[in-house]
Design a binder for this molecule. Structure first.
Ligand SMILES: Nc1nc2c(ncn2[C@@H]2O[C@H](COP(=O)(O)OP(=O)(O)OP(=O)(O)O)[C@@H](O)[C@H]2O)c(=O)[nH]1
Ligand SMILES: [Zn+2]
Length: 192
């Protein structure tokens, strides 16, 4: 978690300064409210710095369910920490409960993805953090997280390759040790 709370006054001053730096006039009518708007947008985009995203997994049920649970196509929006532009795509999160059969609400898994997405990120770390949070809070037999994303820093600028998709995965527990289990998850993820 961030050491300091979100400072909207500082953010607004910085955005005004940035507008000046790029050669804009922050006092022209269309831009008057822009520092405030951008600051509110940043507060939302980076809200995951000020919470512990794992806390959403506090809702757990002892279901004694020992089979795979996989939530596919969770849309996420994150912010590339190198260029501060979005990367966005789909997250797929699967797990097999541990011996105590602990499961969480389906929406909580999507909230977990959101929590870690709302930070300056790289896709690899985002993927790992989601998997490790699942391990910490649910103590499952295994976890698999696959994320597919388009990075706007690769699309709208720089190398300019719109449509390039980056896939990352993090596997823990039985998904690491059992090839058939991993293959079952992958077939559910790809829909084949
Ligand atoms: N591994 C990884 N790289 C990322 C991610 N998001 C952006 N990048 C890359 O971070 C790199 C930063 O490279 P630099 O050479 O420092 O920055 P740059 O000069 O703006 O690079 P270009 O994007 O190639 O123009 C780029 O290659 C980006 O594509 C991510 O989530 N994971
Ligand atoms: Zn980037």
């Amino acid at each position: 978690m961030a050491k300091r709370p979100y400072d909207s006054e500082r953010a607004e001053a910085a955005i005004r300064e940035l507008l000046l730096a790029v050669g804009e006039d922050p006092d022209r009518e269309g831009l008057l409210n822009t520092p405030g708007r951008v600051s509110r947008a940043f507060a939302e985009q980076f809200s995951g710095l000020h919470t512990n995203p794992d806390d959403v997994l506090d809702t757990v049920f002892d279901e004694n369910h020992a089979e795979m649970i996989l939530i596919r196509d969770i849309t996420f929006y994150s912010t590339c920490e190198h260029h501060l532009v979005p990367f966005l795509g789909k997250a797929h999160v699967g797990y097999i409960p541990g011996p105590d059969g602990r499961v969480t609400g389906l929406s909580k898994v999507a909230r977990l993805v959101d929590g870690y997405s709302r930070r300056p990120q790289v896709q690899e770390r985002l993927t790992t953090q989601i998997a490790d949070a699942m391990v910490r809070r649910l103590v499952p037999a295994g976890v698999i997280v696959v994320m597919e994303a388009e990075h706007l820093c690769m699309a709208m600028r720089g190398v300019r390759k719109p449509g390039a998709v980056t896939s990352t995965s993090a596997v823990r527990g039985i998904f690491q040790t059992s090839q058939p289990t991993r293959a079952e998850a992958m077939s559910l993820i790809t829909g084949r």
